[in-house]
Write a protein that binds this ligand. Structure first.
Ligand code: PSV
Ligand code: MN
Length: 387
């Protein structure tokens, strides 16, 4: 099997973008719990995100959601983030919390509402120009609840028209990534339910339009790594929203529910050229920390991605290819599993220490006093939340 020292250089430069909303309060439809130290402002969210990078060296960008993270001066917000050693990343549009969009936004039959949703995306592109963000991420909560409620075909056509108008405003260095989700909040049909629909829509737009794969947005049992392989093969994998799930869109810590799935995904990412300095695939977290502390939750998450990346890099691909070509079914499987079962935690701790990072970022954050400080300082105001 490949050794850790043979792959350690490939861990250099790994970047996992963190979502601003992970630091705010979140919950289920039953309850959103408040917690001490939760940010009240966008700046406080960014300050918390900077801690994740400080202790891991893995999270140089924080992604914003508009309007959750609306501020008057995005250029100033960018400077604020840069002073803390991080940048502003993907801009997420939000067309799921306005009464006008109850029956659709980019797909609505009413051209006034469609235009309002398009204008929101154009404003997001203005924000990107100020923040220096590369990606506009679009997730649409659109669809229908009852058979016959809407014209599914007409909605697809209106979606294509609306996306084309938005795409025309995307700058040369910018990209549009279209996320899919198989259900929720619409339950009969969703307008962008799967990677195929996202692919069809972005392929019609052009090279700067790509698919965003949220790991939580698939039916149980879906072979997500196959989708990764296919999208990379087509040159259309733009970005990931990483999280993990037991049932549906649980938004739990990536790698927590099924680390083997994360390993398999990272193996296909590497296999397909989606990892490393020559790849433009963006790796982002899309998570909520409903009951655990949020900054340690994010630190744990980026470490899980790094750990499964290291294990995926350990696969002896030459031996694997030979076993596959020889028809050695169990031999090939054993080569794959050997890498997955390799404990790389001590090696990664040493790798971090060599780079001036704490060997155990979770422990170092806990010892830093930052959590106690924000819990003492952030009294009063309104805690950030998803509504
Ligand atoms: C929708 O479930 C989603 O995955 C989209 O990425 C949103 O931007 C995010 O969650 C936050 O609501
Ligand atoms: Mn997502």
């Amino acid at each position: 099997m490949t050794t850790f020292s043979a792959i350690s250089a490939q861990l250099e430069g790994q970047a996992i973008e963190v979502p601003s909303w992970a630091y705010g309060n979140s919950g289920t439809r039953f309850k959103v719990f408040g917690s001490a130290g939760t940010p009240r402002t966008v700046e406080e969210k960014i300050a918390d995100a900077a801690q994740v990078n400080r202790f891991t060296g893995l999270a140089p960008l924080v992604s914003l959601h508009i309007p959750w993270d609306q501020v008057d001066d995005f250029a100033a917000l960018r400077r604020y983030a840069e002073d803390l050693g991080i940048g502003l990343g993907t801009i997420n549009s939000n067309t799921f919390q306005d009464d006008d969009y109850k029956l659709g936004a980019l797909t609505h039959t009413d051209s006034r509402i469609r235009q309002k949703a398009i204008d929101h995306h154009l404003r997001c592109i203005d924000v990107m120009d100020q923040t220096g963000s590369r990606d506009l991420k679009i997730w649409l909560a659109e669809g229908t609840n009852y058979p016959g409620q809407g014209d599914m075909r007409g909605r697809q056509d209106r979606l294509a028209d609306s996306l084309a108008t938005i795409y025309a405003a995307i700058g040369d260095e910018q990209r549009l990534v279209l996320e899919y989700k198989f259900f929720e909040p619409s339950f009969y049909h969703t307008d962008v339910p799967d990677w195929g629909t996202s692919y069809v829509q972005v392929a019609a737009l052009g090279d700067k339009a790509l698919v965003c794969l949220d790991t939580g947005h698939h039916a149980p049992g879906t072979n997500i790594e196959f989708i990764v392989a296919q999208l990379l093969r087509l040159g259309k994998l733009g970005s990931f929203d990483f999280n993990s799930r037991f049932y549906a869109d649980d938004d739990l810590i990536v790698g927590a529910a099924d680390p083997f799935q994360l390993f398999r995904i990272m193996f296909e990412v590497i296999r397909g050229g989606g990892y490393g300095p020559d790849s433009e695939v963006a790796f982002m977290l899309d998570q909520c920390h409903n009951i655990e502390k949020k900054i340690p939750g994010q630190i744990r998450s980026v470490l899980n991605v790094q750990e499964m990346t290291a294990r995926a890099l350990l696969v002896d691909t030459a031996a694997l290819t030979k076993a596959q070509e020889d028809g050695d079914v169990l031999g090939a499987n054993a080569i794959f599993m050997d890498a997955f079962y390799t404990d790389v935690r001590a090696d990664l701790a040493g790798w971090r220490e060599e780079r001036g990072l704490p060997g155990d970022p979770m422990a170092a954050f806990a010892a830093s006093g930052y959590q106690e400080q924000i819990e003492a300082d952030r009294v009063g105001g309104t805690q950030a939340s998803w509504n």
